[in-house]
Write a protein that binds this ligand. Structure first.
Ligand code: CAA
Length: 257
């Protein structure tokens, strides 16, 4: 597929989706979001891809939803466009999503980052929900995902002041997984993608699903969901192979079935 607002590249076992509106710090307009969702859904169906990296450039992961595109919209325009509903489709991507973040991850950029499963950030990452400074509030998950990730007090501070936090603060708060020097953040994400791609894909899929389930269920419902996913894996060839390989003291040969 040829895209204008993103670049998609495939490597052995994983894919990289790079936001590509550098002149506007990868501001997320409707066209970019359409392409992004389409690309992610296609990669989700692609058997050669077992993990997806979402990235921007050194200066910006994404500086938020495109303010110029929204500025003159009425509430009814926004309701009819319902552009943030498309973001839910990213939440439904079954393969692991790694965000490789450098520079600004603001507003919708921060929300996109938080929709990913693992975040590798460069030392220069600046993360925040600055919508309050332009007369609005987070609209694509910022008040919900940030609060779940860092707790009410810190989420309130970020959302109500619009301040940017550093990569070091984000790491300390548990919002990201790792900080690496700017030259290595993408390479680090690639190494992680390779590692995840080497794991049995059906187990990876059900494990991701079970972790995400913890966000919208009771502990009891979540434990039951987890248990059933665990039992379900005993229908996979990879479970038989993985356990046999352990007993025979050899490396497992995953079939992805
Ligand atoms: N939308 C549209 N254009 C944007 C943009 C955005 N979110 N962020 C940056 N740009 C554009 C700028 O307008 C500028 O374009 P021009 O050269 O044509 O003027 C270009 O990107 C470079 O930006 P700056 O000159 O401002 O760069 P800077 O280094 O001085 O500042 C910044 C960087 C602090 C990130 C600043 O650009 C900024 O504050 N951006 C807006 C951040 C923001 O408010 N994000 C939230 C958007 S609303 C949202 O995301 C809602 C939601 O919940 C989904």
């Amino acid at each position: 597929m040829n895209y204008t607002n993103i670049h998609v590249t495939k490597e052995a076992g994983y894919a990289i989706v790079q936001l590509n509106r550098p002149d506007v710090l990868n501001a997320i307009n409707i066209a970019l979001m359409q392409e992004l969702v389409e690309a992610l859904e296609n990669l989700d169906k692609d058997n050669d891809v077992r993990c997806i990296i979402l990235t921007g450039n050194e200066k910006a992961f994404a500086a938020g939803a495109d303010i110029k595109e929204m500025a003159d919209a009425s509430a009814v325009d926004m309701l009819i466009r319902d552009q943030f509903a498309r973001w839910d489709k990213i939440r439904r991507i079954k393969k692991p999503l790694i965000a490789a973040v450098s520079g600004f991850a603001l507003g919708g950029g921060c929300e996109l980052m938080m929709t990913c499963d693992i975040v590798i950030a460069s030392e220069s990452a600046k993360i925040g929900q600055p919508e309050i400074n332009i007369g609005v509030m987070p609209g694509a998950g910022g008040t919900q995902r940030l609060t779940r990730a860092v707790g009410k007090a810190k989420a309130m501070e970020v959302v109500l002041t619009g301040k940017m936090i550093t990569a070091a603060e984000a790491l300390q708060w548990g919002l990201i997984n790792k900080i690496v020097p700017v030259e290595y953040y993408l390479q680090d994400a690639k190494d992680l993608a390779k590692e995840i791609a080497s794991k049995p894909p059906v187990a990876v899929r059900l494990a991701k699903e079970a972790v995400l389930k913890s966000f919208d269920t009771t502990i009891e419902g979540g434990l039951e969901f987890e248990r059933k996913n665990f039992y379900l894996l005993f229908a996979s060839e990879d479970q038989k192979e993985g356990m046999k390989a352990f007993v025979e003291k050899r490396k497992a040969d995953w079939k992805g079935k």
